[in-house]
Ligand binder design. Structure first.
Ligand code: GLN
Length: 245
């Protein structure tokens, strides 16, 4: 068994070590004797997304999001829509998550028309939403708690075609108003959680791996790993955020 992983726009969307999430996925696959082949697709890459099992898109500032628009609308947008409809597993973080939606309007009124693969849009606010935060993913996806770090001005609103990824327990999430965090549609997972999201949240890492393997091979039983350290880091952040939400 093997997963083909695409790191889309690693040159422009890679804040706070977002790319480390790929190292976490490949290591967890390796520990289970499953192969992983990672391909970076920077701006200008002509390589097709076809044949990839999992795509990772990190976060970026408004500036980087504007920089990638030209490349995106040269056909990558249509390809992403097709891949999402086709059931490709995607993890998209912050700016990458916003990019899969319909558009992002910055707080000073600049509009970026994005991919439209997910039924959501984002509008920038003057005050940024920054800090460690915590949410609980939907029961259907496992009902586990995710700890992460968010830093965005964009307030994301979900349309009726996507489900929220989870409910905010501490911090802001999608917009700091409706208590929702992230989006889930087919096999796409969008979240505001930057940095070492997957190392600190092994349940989330395994949800992605299982989703991609099931899509490719029909079924997947993941051998359990010793996550003592990972769970200790996760639980410590939960304790801190419970005290100071
Ligand atoms: N530019 C977006 C915002 O501020 C995304 C930022 C990010 O990816 N951290 O809302």
């Amino acid at each position: 068994m093997e997963l083909k992983i695409c790191h889309l726009y690693p040159d422009v969307l890679n804040l706070y070590g977002d790319g480390g999430n790929i190292r976490c996925l490949t290591q967890r696959l390796k520990w289970r004797g499953i192969g992983a082949e990672v391909t970076k697709m920077p701006l200008g890459s002509k390589e097709s997304l076809k044949g990839f099992d999992l795509t990772f898109i990190g976060g970026g500032q408004d500036f980087e999001q504007e920089v990638l628009l030209e490349d995106l609308h040269r056909g990558r947008d249509r390809e992403l829509i097709a891949a999402v409809q086709d059931g490709m597993t995607v993890l998209a973080i912050c700016g990458g998550y916003q990019m899969l939606g319909a558009y992002y309007e910055t707080h000073d009124g600049k509009r970026c028309d994005f991919v439209g693969a997910l039924d959501l849009y984002t509008v920038g606010a003057k005050t940024r939403m920054i800090g460690n935060y915590m949410y609980r993913v939907d029961e259907k996806l496992g009902g586990f708690t995710v700890v992460g770090f968010e830093n965005h001005s964009g307030k994301t609103r979900l349309g009726s075609d996507v489900e929220p990824l989870g409910k905010v327990l501490a911090g802001f999430g999608n917009n700091g108003e409706d208590g929702l965090e992230g989006a889930h549609y087919k096999n796409v997972f969008g979240t505001y959680s930057h940095g070492p999201l997957l190392p600190k949240n092994p349940d989330f890492a395994d949800l992605l791996i299982k989703t991609a393997l099931e899509q490719k091979y029909g079924r997947a039983e993941l051998a359990p790993l010793d996550d003592t350290l990972e769970r200790a880091a996760h639980d410590e952040m939960c304790r801190r955020l419970e005290k100071h939400p």
